[in-house]
Design a protein around this ligand. Structure first.
Ligand code: AMP
Length: 316
């Protein structure tokens, strides 16, 4: 079995949603990414926390077999993000982003982890994402995520990061912002021209689109009845997608499609609880069950039926 490395924010979040205010819960792209990836393969997490970070969160990661040896404890406060969701949970605004210990952070990848084949660059300052890549030997696949904060705040650094990755996982709104066009297939092409040969555009409750090798694959979103907290959906999607690819140790059209579905499955569990509460209790059995439900959700034509229509997959 292969393994993956996750770098990104390790956060204390304050979340305002339809249920009230959730103060100082665990969050951050690396936390969600690592918990999701660890469902599939051994994971090591790289990041920094401050003196206020709860030990119980580290213990939670360790209980999932995640290697926390490269989490640095720094003087000062942990990265803090505060966000507010609209009543229908389809939009959110960042009220506060306090980098705190991340402002001075320089990721150090220990020699034993430098040849980890699968790397997730979770959402964080693009320079930190680049610094991690510079220390890695020759990863088989690098997946990265980003958000509006960095797209508008650090565009030059972001462009440098994009030139060095294989897969960009990004939400629809941010894909438009980064590409500068509204049309999603066109935006995907523009993003591919910036570096990543594979682009996955997440469309919230409408699923995700995978653009790869001239083809497009549309994954539905699982119709979750009780969405409680969408925080971390994107990171758990990326973590599970990479974890699924690492567990197969193969990256091709078919494994990428399966991985996008695993990403959607794990994200659909993540949103069922506040912070990491649901993600940290989900089992592989739950995941397999929902994966099968996904397969049924959009399945309507067999290969034989398509052959009868004389249809072959067309490149875009
Ligand atoms: P997601 O919902 O997947 O987009 O990710 C939510 C997580 O991203 C939260 O737990 C936040 O702590 C973290 N986050 C928010 N803003 C930033 C930022 N500018 N850089 C890194 N992480 C962030």
């Amino acid at each position: 079995m292969s393994s993956m490395l996750v770098v990104g924010s390790i956060a204390i979040d304050t979340i305002h949603n339809h249920l009230g205010v959730h103060e100082r819960v665990i969050g951050g792209s690396a936390i969600f990414g690592a918990l999701a990836g660890a469902l599939f393969v051994p994971v090591s997490i790289v990041g920094v926390v401050g003196e206020d970070f709860p030990l119980s969160a580290i213990q939670l990661l360790q209980s999932k077999g995640i290697n926390t040896g490269s989490i640095e404890w720094a003087k000062g406060k942990t990265f803090h993000w505060e966000g507010r969701y609209s009543r229908d949970l389809t939009h959110r605004e960042s009220i506060r982003t306090e980098l705190n210990v991340f402002a001075e952070f320089q990721p150090k990848i220990p020699p034993a982890l430098r040849d980890t084949p699968y790397v997730m660059l979770g959402n964080i300052h693009p320079n930190l994402q680049i610094e991690v890549l510079e220390q890695m030997a020759r990863p088989k696949l690098v997946v990265a995520d980003t958000m509006n904060f960095w797209i508008t705040g650090t565009p030059t650094e972001l462009a440098r990061m994009l030139a060095r990755i294989d897969v960009l996982v990004i939400n629809e709104e941010e894909a438009r912002l980064l590409a500068g066009v509204h049309n999603i297939p066109r935006a995907a092409k523009i993003l591919q021209a910036m570096g990543p040969r594979i682009v996955v555009i997440k469309r919230g409750e409408y699923g995700a689109l995978l653009f790869e090798n001239g083809t497009v694959f549309s994954a539905p979103a699982y119709p979750v009845e009780d969405v409680v907290d969408p925080t971390g959906a994107g990171d758990s999607f990326a973590g599970a997608m990479l974890g699924a690819l690492a567990s197969e140790d193969r990256v091709d059209g078919a494994s990428l499609r399966r991985a996008v579905i695993y990403g959607s499955v794990v994200a659909s569990f993540c949103v069922e609880g506040i912070s990491v509460s649901r993600l940290s209790t989900v089992s592989m059995q739950d995941i397999r069950k929902r994966y099968a439900a996904f397969a049924r959700l959009a399945h309507f034509a067999s290969e034989a039926e398509l052959a009868q229509l004389g249809e072959k997959e067309e490149k875009q």
